[in-house]
Design a protein around this ligand. Structure first.
Ligand code: ADP
Length: 613
């Protein structure tokens, strides 16, 4: 129910269009009711049973008045011009009524299109805005494909359900009520009889709807998994091929695909059942009505005239359609709600790295970054960082070293508040990070990751990411300092060259240098570097190194260091092992200690003097 309301709230943003659509739909229902009742005078003229009204009764907004009004005029024509002309007039009025009915119906849909489409646009935008603002840990537990499928497929599914929901809530009930009122006027007995039969039909259809929702949830989850699989396969295609894992992945895909097939097959079949089932149930009811009504007419004792009875049956058959779409809409809604729940789950995810209520804004970094008894676990149990105590002074260059999995990346990710410590406190210039405005904190930090992310855009925009208002001159200066300018100007469109998806058209070293230029342009006082390891050739590595040196000048830097050269140049080396700081000091001091660092260094030296062939 909450999901329904949440989605309806989106529709209510388009109040005026929604209102217009409802108004036109009501007018359309009015015209269709009137055009159907026209059948009575038509049949009366045809069967020569017309009993024209001599005097027009005073105006009232009722079906009876409409009938009388029509009867009066038809009567006049009948007397003055004969039955053929009267028939012609009836036909012309019927055509006009149907034209008006369809015109207003179209206008109703015309305005509804805006509501549907606008709602979808808003929902997509909100989802994207939410996704981009969610904390980093949200993404580590979720697969990208699944997220993408929620933003695309599920939102589409909601469109169907919303359209149907609006019809179910507004249009169809009104149509049904209007027709039922007409029927009641014509024959209360028969109508009450129908009203007794309808709930039984409704119940049967409702039961199928329930089981359909369960299957839809499963089908949508599986669709998400498939999308995730495809996305991972494409991203890791080289790995898949080199490990000849095609068969393995094909099998995994096949299993999920097969489950999706089964879930969908059963839900499709049930959905398809709704239409024949409701048609059949409808016809059974019509036949029952024909039987009872026919007997009433034949007996001659009731007030039901043959032409009223025929019209009654025709109007009743017209109820079947809205009632049927009422039922089908019900199925769509069940499916749509499954999708809406998946979408709402994202929209209502709480930010567990929240912006403080009264944030402190900082614009400079003057003293130090301090970690005090910091513990951190991704899953609240297995601590990846244990009792970290560390002070990094302004201007200091600190290298983090240690075996892989020691917690180096996690430690640096705590500084821009990608995560909050499970226990303990991190502060910048004695402000607890949790009290700072997140954006002002992140403005102080630039980052060059091991695998730089290059967006599918021009080189210029890629560099400008951290400072969109930078002038061309500033961009070029940053690129020069990053030793990227030279290769950029040799690209086909220079700075305007659009980089292929995930930067595939650039080499590893070139991507690194773009990332360095980006960080230089951001001109933030704190730098986080995750050094690229071995994927650079010697020349490229040298250029990257020079770029990094320019970047680090005058800044505080925390470097996840893989190379001895960087480590030696840093002011202090922090050695991490299994989440704890085990040693710290300068290169010389640590070598003297002859501990973990010394053994890591001797291993690396060995590798460098005797590279594995
Ligand atoms: P390092 O950078 O030193 O190689 P990390 O900080 O990447 O180490 O990882 C430290 C530990 O935390 C590892 O055991 C790793 O498996 C775990 N880890 C890293 N990222 C996540 C994550 N997003 N969710 C759960 N565990 C993680």
């Amino acid at each position: 129910m909450r999901t329904y309301l949440a989605i309806l709230k989106y529709a209510l943003k388009y109040k005026s269009s929604l209102a217009l659509s409802i108004i036109f739909n009501i007018i359309s229902i009015f015209f269709s009711a009137v055009s159907l009742t026209m059948l009575i005078p038509f049949l009366q003229v045809l069967f020569n049973r017309a009993s024209p009204i001599r005097e027009l009764p005073p105006f009232s907004l009722s079906a009876q008045w409409m009938l009388d009004f029509f009867n009066y005029h038809i009567g006049k024509i009948l007397i003055s011009e004969g039955p053929v002309s009267a028939l012609l007039w009836v036909c012309i009025v019927v055509v006009i009524m149907f034209f008006m009915k369809n015109l207003t119906r179209y206008l109703g849909q015309f305005f509804m299109a805006k509501v549907r489409n606008g709602l979808l646009r808003d929902l997509r935008q909100d989802l994207y805005d939410k996704v981009i603002s969610l904390p980093v840990n949200f993404f580590t537990y979720r697969r990208q494909g699944d997220l993408i499928s929620r933003i695309t497929t599920d939102v589409q599914e909601i469109e169907w359900s919303i359209v149907n929901m609006i019809e179910v809530v507004i249009k169809e009930p009104l149509t049904i009520i209007a027709y039922l009122t007409l029927l009641l006027i014509m024959s209360p007995q028969l109508t009450l009889f129908i009203l007794l039969l309808l709930p039984i039909t409704g119940f049967i259809i409702g039961q199928i709807g329930k089981s359909l929702k369960k299957e839809s949830v499963e089908a949508q989850n599986l669709t998400g998994r498939l999308a995730a699989l495809v996305e991972e396969t494409i991203r890791g295609i080289t790995i898949v091929k080199i490990f000849t894992a095609e068969k393995l992945l094909k099998n995994i895909f096949k299993t999920v695909n097969e489950r999706l097939y089964k879930a969908r097959l059963s839900s499709l079949r049930k959905r398809e059942l709704s239409s024949p089932l409701s048609e059949f149930l409808g016809i059974v009811i019509v036949v029952i009505v024909l039987w009872f009504g026919g007997r009433m007419v034949l007996s001659g004792t009731s007030s039901l005239t043959p032409e009223t009875f025929i019209t009654f049956v025709v109007i009743f058959s017209q109820i079947i359609n809205p009632a049927k779409s009422f039922a089908t809409a019900f199925y769509h809604i069940q499916r749509g709600m499954a999708a809406a729940e998946r979408v709402m789950e994202i929209l209502t995810t709480e930010d567990n790295v929240p912006q403080p209520k009264n944030p402190i804004y900082i614009s400079s970094f003057d003293n130090s970054i301090r970690f005090e008894h910091v513990w951190f676990a991704y899953d609240k149990q297995n601590f990846v960082l244990k009792d970290i105590n560390l002070t990094i002074k302004q201007g200091e260059k600190v290298a983090l070293v240690g075996p892989s999995g020691a917690g180096k990346t996690t430690l640096v990710y705590l500084i821009p508040r990608f995560y909050d410590p499970t226990k303990g406190k991190i502060s910048i210039d004695s402000h607890d990070l949790r009290t700072l405005d997140i954006y002002s904190l992140r403005k102080l930090i630039a980052m060059v990751p091991q695998e730089p992310i290059i967006f599918h855009d021009t080189i210029l925009n890629n560099i400008r990411l951290g400072n969109p208002s930078a002038s061309m001159e500033e961009v070029i200066n940053a690129a020069k300092a990053a030793h990227a300018h030279e290769f950029i100007v040799n690209l086909p469109d220079g700075y305007e060259t659009v980089v292929g998806e995930r930067g595939l058209r650039l080499s590893g070293g070139q991507r690194q240098r773009i990332a360095i230029a980006r960080a230089l342009l951001k001109n933030a006082p704190i730098l986080i570097l995750d050094e690229a390891t071995s994927n650079l050739d010697a020349e490229s590595e040298q250029l990257v190194q020079k770029g990094l040196e320019n970047l680090m000048k005058g800044r505080t830097a925390i470097i996840i260091a893989h190379r001895l050269a960087t480590v030696k140049q840093s002011d202090r080396i922090i050695v991490l092992d299994k989440g704890r700081i085990v040693e710290q000091g300068t290169h010389e001091e640590l070598i003297k200690q002859n501990g973990l660092y010394a053994s890591l260094v001797s291993k690396q030296n060995l590798m460098e003097t005797n590279p594995p062939s």
